[in-house]
Design a protein around this ligand. Structure first.
Ligand code: C2E
Ligand code: MG
Ligand code: MG
Ligand code: MG
Length: 283
C-alpha cells in the first residue's frame, strides 16, 4: 500500500514527468496553430530507378517553428497522431503535394515524376478520406496515376477488411500504393496478396546497417523476392552508399531512395538538382 502510494506520489510530483507533460501540451497547442499560421513545409527526397534516373520524390513534412526552428516529423507526428491533428495536417500535405505534382505535370522535363505522400492511419480511416483524395485530385488537376500513397502495416492489423475496401475505392481513382516501412510491422503476410498494392518499401532499419548483420541481408533479399513473386515493385529506403545500392541491385531491387542520391530538399533545391540530373542524363 505504502509502496503504491509512494509510486503514485512520485509520479505525480516528478518534475521530469511534469516537464514532459507540459512540453507535450505546449507542443500540441503550437501544432494546432501550425497549419493556420503557415508553418508547415514539404521537403522532397528523390527516388531513382535501376539506372539511377530520378523517377519521382517522396514528400516529407517539416515544421518551421518560429522559436525552435525546423522540426523533423519524428518530433511531432506522434503528437499529431494522438491528438488527431494529423487529419488536418495530412489534408494540408496531400493538397500541397498534389498542387506541386500538377505543376510538374505541365512541364516537359518534370512531367513524368511521381509524388509519394505518407498517409497516417487516422487520416486513412476518416470516413471521407476517399472523397477528400478525389476532391483534391480534381481541384489541383494532379495526375492520379503519379500520386503514390504510402501506407504502413499498422493499418491492416485492426480492421484489414475496411482498409482493403478503402484501398479498392481509392484504386478506382487511379492512385498507386506503396507499403512503407515494410518488414517492421507484425501483420501476417497473407493479406499482402489481397491488397491492391503497387510497391513494397524496404525499411531503412534493414538497409542502412545492411552489412553490419547478415540478418539484414537475408531480410532485404527476402523482401525483394517476395515483391517479385507478388508482382510488386520493391524500393529500398535509407540507401547511403554505392556498395549498398549495388548489393540491392544484385538481389533484383527496382528502385532506391536515400542520402546516396539526395537528402530531403526544399522545393528550390530539389528543382535545381532535377535540372542538373536532367543535363547529365541528356534528357
Ligand atoms: P518515412 O516515410 O519512412 O520516410 C523516410 C525517412 O527516412 C525520412 O525521415 C527521410 O529523411 C529518412 N531517410 C531517407 N533516406 C535516408 C538515408 O539514406 N539515411 C538516413 N539516415 N535517413 C534517410 P523524415 O523526413 O524525418 O521522416 C520521418 C517519418 O515521418 C517518415 O518516415 C514518415 O513516417 C513520417 N512523415 C514524414 N512526413 C509525413 C507526412 O506528411 N505525413 C505523415 N503521416 N507522416 C510523415
Ligand atoms: Mg514514407
Ligand atoms: Mg519508410
Ligand atoms: Mg521508415
Amino acid at each position: 500500500q505504502a509502496k503504491q502510494a509512494g509510486r503514485n506520489t512520485l509520479r505525480f510530483f516528478d518534475p521530469v514527468m511534469q516537464a514532459v507533460t507540459v512540453r507535450r501540451a505546449m507542443l500540441e497547442s503550437d501544432l494546432r496553430q501550425a497549419v493556420a499560421r503557415d508553418q508547415l513545409r514539404l521537403f522532397y527526397q528523390v527516388q531513382v530507378d535501376a539506372t539511377q534516373r530520378v523517377t519521382g520524390v517522396e514528400a516529407l513534412l517539416r515544421w518551421q517553428h518560429p522559436e525552435h526552428g525546423m522540426i523533423p516529423p519524428g518530433d511531432f507526428i506522434p503528437v499529431a497522431e494522438e491528438s488527431y491533428l494529423i487529419v488536418s495536417i495530412g489534408r494540408w500535405v496531400l493538397e500541397t503535394a498534389c498542387r506541386q505534382l500538377a505543376t510538374w505535370a505541365t512541364r516537359r522535363e518534370t512531367s513524368g515524376l511521381s509524388m509519394a505522400v505518407n498517409i497516417s492511419p487516422h487520416q486513412f480511416q476518416q470516413p471521407d478520406f476517399v472523397a477528400e483524395v478525389e476532391a483534391t485530385l480534381e481541384a489541383t488537376r494532379a495526375p492520379a496515376e503519379r500520386l503514390k500513397l504510402e501506407l504502413t502495416e499498422t493499418l491492416f492489423m485492426e480492421e484489414p477488411e475496411i482498409a482493403r475496401a478503402t484501398m479498392r475505392r481509392l484504386k478506382t481513382l487511379g492512385v498507386r500504393f506503396s507499403l512503407d516501412d515494410f518488414g517492421t510491422g507484425y501483420s501476417s503476410l497473407s493479406y499482402l496478396n489481397r491488397l491492391p498494392l503497387d510497391q513494397l518499401k524496404i525499411d531503412q532499419s534493414f538497409v542502412r546497417p545492411l552489412f553490419e548483420d547478415s540478418a539484414n541481408e537475408v531480410i532485404s533479399a527476402s523482401i525483394i523476392q517476395l515483391g517479385r513473386n507478388l508482382g510488386l515493385e520493391v524500393i529500398a529506403e535509407g540507401v547511403e552508399t554505392d556498395a549498398h545500392c549495388q548489393w540491392l541491385a544484385e538481389q533484383g531491387c527496382d528502385a532506391y531512395q536515400g542520402y546516396l542520391f539526395s537528402r530531403p530538399l526544399p522545393l528550390d533545391e530539389l528543382e535545381a538538382l532535377l535540372e542538373v540530373s536532367a543535363c547529365t542524363t541528356g534528357r
